[in-house]
Design a protein around this ligand. Structure first.
Ligand code: COA
Length: 186
């Protein structure tokens, strides 16, 4: 995607995908999703989605469950990490909108010396997940990387994130390793 160009897609406003897979195909009205570059006015919505979307999918939450709060709730740590990208001049964020409302975001960084684009954070609001919005956001980030001369893209997810484990290979990523995270009280 060249900068400033909007991606439009159509998805059905429908109940979330059932646990077993498969998509619900009935009962919804069509709505358009637009993907565009992040603007300052999107900040509040992006941070809210960041705090709402990662329950059960976040290292800081794992730590909090085992050790209690470490300098604030895990949602605040997630918001801080996304806020870093929103204000960083070397990051590029895209947002997805439905009916003018921000319903998802993807934050990316460029590692120019290695020609690698890095997806640092992404999320779709829980009630809008499973409708192709994540894929539309990923397309925007990958097109951005290509447009900036990157030759590769990278992303990480936790083993406990089943959607991520299915999503990233479905858009072309190959698994290249798994890491184990440790933590201790001093
Ligand atoms: C991961 C996430 C960004 C994907 O966005 P989304 O809009 O839900 O995804 P899409 O509808 O575009 O689906 C993309 C792929 O994700 C996978 N997926 C989506 N919903 C899924 C579900 N309920 N169960 C398993 N896989 C699922 C599928 O592989 C799907 O591709 P397919 O439709 O060809 O099968 C979104 O679910 C999310 O915000 N999750 C919580 C936060 C998070 O995990 N962020 C990424 C951290 S690494």
């Amino acid at each position: 995607m060249t900068l400033g160009k909007k991606i439009r897609g159509v998805f059905r406003r429908q109940p979330r995908r059932p646990q077993g897979g498969g998509r619900e195909e009935s009962g919804g009205q069509s709505a358009a999703v637009e993907v565009r570059r992040y603007k300052g006015g999107d900040r509040r919505a992006v941070l809210r989605i960041a705090a709402e979307s990662f329950a059960g999918l976040c290292l800081d939450e794992n730590i909090e469950k085992r050790f209690g709060r470490v300098g604030g709730r895990w949602q605040e740590h997630k918001k801080d990490s996304v806020a870093y990208d929103l204000s960083s001049s070397t990051s590029c964020t895209f947002v997805a909108l439905v009916g003018g409302e921000v319903v998802g975001f993807i934050c990316s960084r460029l590692y120019g010396s290695r020609s690698v684009g890095h997806v640092a954070n992404m999320a779709v609001a829980p009630e809008f997940q499973g409708r192709g919005i994540g894929k539309a956001l990923m397309r925007a980030a990958l097109d951005h990387f290509r447009g900036q001369g990157m030759r590769y893209a990278r992303i990480e997810t936790l083993e406990q994130n089943e959607k991520g484990l299915r999503f990233y290979p479905s858009v072309g990523f190959e698994e290249i390793g798994r890491q184990v995270f440790y933590f201790m009280e001093l």
